[in-house]
Design a protein around this ligand. Structure first.
Ligand SMILES: [Zn+2]
Length: 224
């Protein structure tokens, strides 16, 4: 009995010492867990959160190169954690520069919506995404002062897609058409509102009569 009391007393003292001990320095914030349970790889000149995005992007099979942080930043434009996307889940008509989170969102939308819906609609895979630019240092349409989300690499303009058999689907030619190309384009732009904060197209305004604008900026607008 005495021995047991002794152990309890010793435990009490230990707890008291632990409670009075100076607080340990907080560890570096942990990046979100990787979807595939892989180890976190820290990329050159990227912090853990940025690296986590890059790891996730790499895990999708996308091909990309890092853009040096210092290269952006002219005229108020920024490109944080920028990547030059060479190939998403699809071939691209040309590489596109985006932030990693925007590139990741695009690939996610392709894999979850664009690709399976193309297979259902056309009975064949989508081969290529045709875009008109991601990161470009320009001001907003209709507002000459505010920097567009393109100026931060958080937006992409899409003018169409190419099917596996070479068939082209373009916003300019097919968005208003009654055929399956038109249906596909209209449905995809509406679905984009679930993945992006601002979605614009021919139904939004005349500036977007020939392309879709998808971005992950702070504003919310579904102009599909
Ligand atoms: Zn745009």
């Amino acid at each position: 009995m005495a021995a047991r009391l002794g152990i309890i007393a010793a435990l009490g003292v230990m707890l008291l010492v632990a409670a009075c001990a100076p607080r340990q320095q907080q560890p570096v914030p942990q990046a979100p867990p990787l979807p595939h349970g892989g180890a976190l790889m820290i990329w050159p000149n990227r912090d853990p959160i940025q690296s986590a995005c890059l790891n996730d992007l790499q895990a999708t099979g996308a091909q990309f190169e890092l853009i040096a942080q210092a290269e952006a930043g002219k005229n108020g434009c920024t490109l944080q954690n920028g990547v030059k996307l060479i190939r998403s889940s699809l071939n691209l008509n040309r590489p596109v520069e985006l932030t990693c989170p925007m590139a990741l969102r695009l690939v996610q939308f392709e894999q979850e919506v664009l690709l399976p819906e193309a297979q259902k609609t056309f009975g064949q895979p989508l081969a290529q995404l045709n875009h008109a630019g991601g990161f470009t240092c320009k001001t907003m349409t209709g507002n000459g002062k505010r920097i567009s989300e393109h100026g931060h690499g958080r937006a992409i303009d899409i003018w169409g897609f190419t099917l596996d058999d070479g068939g082209r689907i373009s916003v300019a030619d097919h968005f208003r058409s009654r055929g399956r190309e038109g249906t596909y384009l209209r449905e995809m732009n509406r679905a984009a509102c679930r993945y992006f904060s601002v979605v614009l197209g021919p139904n939004a305004d005349s500036a977007h009569a020939k392309h879709f604008h998808w971005d992950i900026g702070q504003w919310k607008r579904c102009g599909a």
